[in-house]
Design a protein around this ligand. Structure first.
Ligand SMILES: Nc1nc2c(ncn2[C@@H]2O[C@H](COP(=O)(O)OP(=O)(O)OP(=O)(O)O)[C@@H](O)[C@H]2O)c(=O)[nH]1
Ligand SMILES: [Mg+2]
Length: 418
């Protein structure tokens, strides 16, 4: 279990390290990213077909009935706030704030996105985005791409995991897929444990290798396990599948925080950053939850429907990247096979350079193509990871770096095939 104190101490130490100027720019960047990640709640996104049970799952994870039953809403982000506040982003990009979740008023405003702030304890650890997509495949892909850019863990709700869902899920970057759960919702539709397990096994078969893990939940029963007096009927919660799911989500949240702490420890060791004291801390705000972190306004939802699709252009770009990475991976393989003891420092440096090159290309491209941003994030993470591998310098670091490069290449190949 990660303690609040270790997170706060690490943030303070990272900020001291940054202020001291003892680290080179790449390490400084990494320190800033780790610090930002540690200050922000982990971002969950609930995705899946229309009517799959996303809103009810959101209510369960948030620990309160945040979204009323059977109302039609756009994507909703629920995040921490000292007081309740509802910000509706309208079709023209303007934001209209409401004091309460007034469904009649929301229906009248027809927002394209709603940001809801609430003082619920769970929201100090996580923010939850329910992704509601349009009906055609292109709209759905765009909404998912937009959501994936600001998501750490995705929860895909489904009863079947159809071919259409499978194709849509394939457009999600591999790095996010690895941190995602598939959740068979409405498990009560299958009478008895054996029937549920059978259906989940069929779903697993269809989605194999593209999710971190698989769960089933009867969300209505899980919600009903919380009594009015605040007590929980633990048997009911366990039978609903809710307990297992909450444990898995919390575990994933903690693992994410732990990975950031581990990254910081490597930086501290490499650059001799003291636990306390010198270099003198710059005046900074104490560690606290960033309320406003996720996600930017869904600009692509505001793009006129007849705007030209950038897909053909993107395909060319993706092909270029795949060709470049294929060459690079080939070259690295030759170097690794040439000698018994390859120059691991050089291979590591090359892998890092390749990912940095990619980050540059993607940064350039993302200016006129926001769909690229989530790929950019994934590559930036890979660059961070490579830097850490370089600093750590353990036995398998070279293989790990090449595997990371291969993973990026595979992601681009998947995008081309999609
Ligand atoms: N039996 C059963 N019904 C459920 C469960 N979860 C949700 N429902 C019902 O399924 C319907 C759709 O649930 P929502 O949570 O609104 O689904 P959604 O995916 O958010 O729907 P959209 O936002 O419209 O795409 C509602 O009538 C829910 O009460 C469940 O676990 N069991
Ligand atoms: Mg919903």
């Amino acid at each position: 279990m990660v303690s609040k104190k270790s997170v706060e101490d690490t943030i303070a130490r990272l900020e001291r390290a940054i202020a001291s100027g003892v680290m080179p720019p790449a390490a400084n960047n990494l320190a800033e990213r780790i610090s930002k990640r540690l200050k922000s709640p982990v971002r969950l996104a609930i995705m899946g077909p229309k009517g799959a049970g996303k809103s009810q799952l959101l209510n369960f994870l948030a620990g309160d009935k945040v979204i009323p039953d059977d109302v039609r809403l756009p994507s909703v982000l629920v995040a921490w706030g000292e007081t309740k506040k509802v910000d509706c982003t309208l079709a023209d990009g303007k934001i209209k704030s409401l004091e309460t979740f007034d469904i009649d008023e929301i229906n009248r405003l027809k927002p394209v996105f709603i940001r809801l702030r609430m003082p619920l304890p769970a929201l100090k650890k996580i923010s939850i985005l329910e992704v509601v997509t349009g009906t055609n495949a292109a709209e759905q892909q765009r909404a998912l791409a937009w959501a994936a850019r600001s998501t750490d863990i995705a929860l895909w709700c489904t009863q079947v995991f159809s071919e259409t869902e499978s194709e849509l899920w394939n457009t999600i970057p591999g790095a996010l897929q690895e941190h995602s759960f598939l959740i068979m919702t409405k498990a009560d539709q299958h009478q008895g444990k054996a029937a549920r397990e059978k259906q989940l096994a069929a779903i697993k078969k269809a989605a194999e290798g593209r999710f971190n893990s698989f769960y089933h939940i009867d969300t209505l029963q899980a919600l009903a396990s919380r009594r009015e007096n605040g007590k929980v009927d633990t048997t009911k919660l366990a039978n609903s599948g809710g307990q297992e799911l909450i444990a898995a989500v919390l575990n994933a949240v903690n693992q994410g925080v732990q990975a950031s702490l581990d990254g910081a420890v490597i930086l501290f060791a490499r650059y001799d950053i003291p636990m306390t004291g010198v270099p003198a801390p710059a005046p900074q705000a104490p560690a606290q939850i960033i309320e406003d972190a996720p996600p930017e306004e869904p600009t692509e939802l505001l793009v006129p429907k007849d705007a030209p699709a950038p897909q053909a252009d993107l395909d060319d770009f993706n092909s270029e990247i795949v060709a470049y990475l294929t060459d690079r991976v080939q070259e690295l393989k030759i170097q690794l096979s040439k000698t018994d003891a390859p120059d691991s420092d050089m291979v590591m440096a090359q892998c890092y350079e390749d990912v940095e090159w990619l980050v540059e290309q993607l940064t350039e491209r993302s200016r006129d193509n926001p769909d690229i941003l989530h790929t950019l994030d994934a590559c930036q993470d890979a660059a961070d990871m490579m830097l850490l591998l370089q600093l750590e310098n353990h036995d398998s670091a070279v293989e790990d770096a090449v595997v990371l490069l291969l993973q990026i290449k595979r992601d681009f190949e998947q995008k081309l095939a999609a």
